[in-house]
Design a protein around this ligand. Structure first.
Ligand code: PGA
Length: 248
């Protein structure tokens, strides 16, 4: 059985006080029926980790370097994240791919570094609107996954995030998301060492409390990677409730 997982990607938001307040509210959720995770910015990681210590809320990085420690100004490597208590790290988010040049090879290298440091990578895949409109959704996603399969040996988490749905308020329909998730599961079984039926596949892209139920009732959606709605504790925790109710 795949346990539900809801991860909040806080991106580059908030003052330290905002983030501490948000963390304290989320930290009150004592749920064992859904895994809850937050990914604060690097500068807030330590404070967030302190507030969450003793809770079962998981901590993730939003990205990591493809390099080990050394002279790489501005970078944060995977072992620094695990040192701060992270168990997971997001790699290949479409904002990294779009604005910071993270191509499939670099994403795969980052996932590998994470794995070596004992972090579970959350690998984001997804198509642009143009790719969807030209019928290339599956082809694009398979290429993104294939690069990672070549590098990674252990289990990891996949987040399907259609680029056109991120931060736009335009979520994929549950049927659209289900079709891609099912495809990812089948593709992973055939083309990797992973057993597709064990693989946790999250959906991300404009998930809100009012569409979470319909998305999470799809058989191949195991949770969500939440951006905007994760910055509000009430919305985020409602989404966690939907996941617990519908996925387990
Ligand atoms: P969104 O972001 O929920 O604001 O669309 C999702 C993400 O970027 O992971």
């Amino acid at each position: 059985m795949r346990k539900a997982l809801v991860a909040g990607n806080w991106k580059m938001n908030g003052t330290i006080n905002d983030v501490k307040e948000l963390t304290s509210k989320i930290g009150l959720a004592e749920r064992t029926d859904v895994d809850i995770m937050v990914a604060p910015s690097f500068v807030h990681m330590h404070s967030v980790g302190e507030i969450l210590s003793g809770t079962n809320i998981l901590l993730a990085g939003q990205d990591c370097s493809e390099f080990d420690q050394g002279a790489f100004t501005g970078e944060t490597c995977a072992d620094m994240l695990s040192d701060l208590g992270c168990t997971h790290v997001i790699v290949g988010h479409s904002e990294r791919r779009q604005f910071f040049g993270d191509d499939n090879k670099r994403v795969a290298n980052k996932a590998r570094k994470a794995e070596i440091e004992g972090l579970c990578p959350i690998v984001c895949v997804g198509e642009t609107l143009e790719e969807r409109d030209s019928g290339r959704t599956i082809e694009v996603i398979e290429r993104q996954l294939c690069a990672v399969f070549k590098m990674i040996q252990n289990k990891f988490i996949i987040a399907y995030e259609p680029v056109w749905a991120i931060g736009t308020g335009k979520s994929a329909t549950p049927e659209m998301a289900q079709e891609v998730h099912q495809n990812i599961r089948q593709y992973s079984t055939v083309h990797s060492h992973l057993n597709g039926s064990d693989l946790r596949i999250l959906y991300g892209g404009s998930v809100k409390p009012d569409n979470a139920d319909e998305l999470f009732s799809m058989p191949d959606i195991d949770g969500g990677l939440i951006g905007g709605a994760s910055l509000d504790s009430e919305s985020f925790l409602k989404i966690c409730c939907s996941a617990a109710k519908l996925i387990n």
